[in-house]
Design a protein around this ligand. Structure first.
Ligand code: S3P
Ligand code: PEP
Length: 439
């Protein structure tokens, strides 16, 4: 990764912008997996082109699917899945958790590895679960990347219990490939609550849209271990064996990547509109409507999209972010600039994200004069006058985005390695500069 610095632009006037965002990482990578496992060709409209999605495309190609990502639409033609193959997951949670169950369906060995930090992200529950479903994996006893899936061309499937409290992606990965398992899968979660319930709802919805039969614990009457209103908050999921249909996927704009842009309206007392905001979505970023309103934003939804207006000062936020953990870095930056303290809970699992996000946010906010501290499962942030300085980003795209938000109000924020945004939003600094300093 190239390492340079980017001077985050200060907003000398309220922002007034319409920001069109590229597609959702989570939807693009689910659509790619489902399309590679489908009964016929598929098309992705408005997919995200970024490091995480290009790694997923390359991984599926290595296994035998044809993925044409040259045009605006991406075309996927399934093929027989086979090894030997090598897969690079980079630092993508979606690739490292969604790909191994697909590799298990291939005929031959699939060696999987990623960035140094990828080797530290939680994988053991996935390795253990796949073994219980009849898959051979050589991991040298590490319970982590790198490992080799010894694909046998088929997976028996069946019932498995998993502790997915470290990442919802462990469940999503098992479910996405499960229609192709001989017996489907019955996944039961046991342990502290599973985070990111909306992402599980996304998995269930997209499987159903592709014709799979999916039941969740709530619907089947199994007691849920997760306190969540959505059916994906279930502690049990059943996917029946069957065909995945090749279809057209309309990828929604990435609403998690809307956080920093909408947040800029709050910080500067300005206006930001994100067009094509879906009226009905499983994306966790939809929660921004409520979260930013609780901080004092005026939020309106109409034919133009979602509009957030700031009124000047804005308040801190006391919120359980378990379901929307990936919004934390930007919310933490907003909290540091707010008029009252904030407390975020339910996000201990962020210690296993791109970096230990709780430690990284505390370190970097405090280095600029802030007052942030870690809680056992979250963060407490008290606003204080901040000063400029280098903001380290730890190969974490969302740390760059958080730094940009701080830089709106704090002169001299130098963001280390801004190119790391390429994970989910390669054009971030251009979009940001166009918003803050319109031509
Ligand atoms: O399934 C997905 O697409 C994702 C699930 C979440 O992972 P965790 O449950 O590990 O937080 C989220 O943070 C990640 O950015 C994307
Ligand atoms: C946690 C994130 O990514 P990943 O898919 O790598 O888990 C994120 O994008 O905030």
């Amino acid at each position: 990764m190239p390492s340079s610095h980017w001077s985050a632009p200060v907003a000398h006037a309220p922002v007034d912008a319409t920001v069109r965002l590229p597609g959702s990482k989570s939807m693009t990578n689910r659509a790619l997996i489902l399309s590679a496992l489908a009964d016929g060709p598929a098309r992705l409209r408005r997919p995200l082109r970024s490091r995480d999605t290009l790694l997923m495309a390359a991984a599926l190609r290595a296994l035998g699917a044809a993925v044409d990502e040259d045009g605006a639409d991406w075309l996927v033609t399934p093929g027989p899945l086979s090894g030997p193959a090598q897969v690079d997951v980079g630092l993508a949670g979606t690739v490292m958790r969604f790909l191994p169950p697909v590799a298990a369906l291939a005929d031959g060995d699939v060696a999987i590895d990623g960035d140094p930090r990828a080797r530290e992200r939680p994988m053991r529950p996935m390795i253990t679960a796949l073994r219980a479903l009849g898959v051979r994996i050589d991991d040298g006893g590490r319970g982590a990347l790198p490992f080799t899936v010894r694909g046998a061309g088929a997976v028996k499937g069946g019932a498995v219990t998993i502790d997915a409290s470290s990442s919802s992606q462990l469940v999503s990965g098992l479910l996405l490939a499960a229609p192709r398992f001989d017996e489907g899968v019955r996944v039961r979660h046991e342990g502290p609550p599973v985070p990111s319930a909306p992402h599980l709802a996304m998995t269930v919805r997209m499987l159903r849209e592709a014709g799979a039969r999916v039941e969740t614990g709530v619907e089947t009457g199994v007691e849920s271990g997760v306190d969540s209103g959505v059916d994906s908050g279930a502690a049990e999921w059943h996917v029946a064996p069957g065909t995945i249909r090749g279809r057209d996927w309309d990828v929604e704009p990435d609403l998690s990547n809307a956080a920093q842009f909408l947040g800029a309206a709050l910080v500067t007392g300005g206006r930001v509109t994100v067009p094509d905001w879906p009226a009905d979505t499983t994306q966790p970023g939809d929660a921004l409507r409520d979260l930013l309103a609780r901080m004092g934003a005026q939020v309106s939804f109409g034919p133009d999209g979602l509009t957030v207006r700031g009124t000047g000062a804005f308040e801190g936020l006391d919120a359980d972010l378990r379901e929307v953990g990936e919004l934390t870095p930007v919310l933490a930056a907003l909290a540091a600039l707010a008029s009252s303290p904030s407390r975020f809970t339910g996000i201990g699992h962020l210690r296993g994200h791109e970096t230990d996000r709780l430690a990284a946010l505390v370190r970097e906010l405090n280095a600029l004069g802030g007052d942030a501290r870690e809680l056992p499962d979250g963060l407490e942030i008290r606003p204080r006058p901040l000063h400029g300085g280098v903001f380290h980003t730890y190969d974490d795209h969302r740390m760059v985005m958080a730094a940009a938000v701080l830089g709106l109000a704090v002169p001299g924020v130098e963001v280390e390695n801004p190119a790391t945004v390429g994970k989910t939003l390669p054009e971030f600094t251009e979009l940001w500069t166009a918003m803050v300093r319109p031509a």
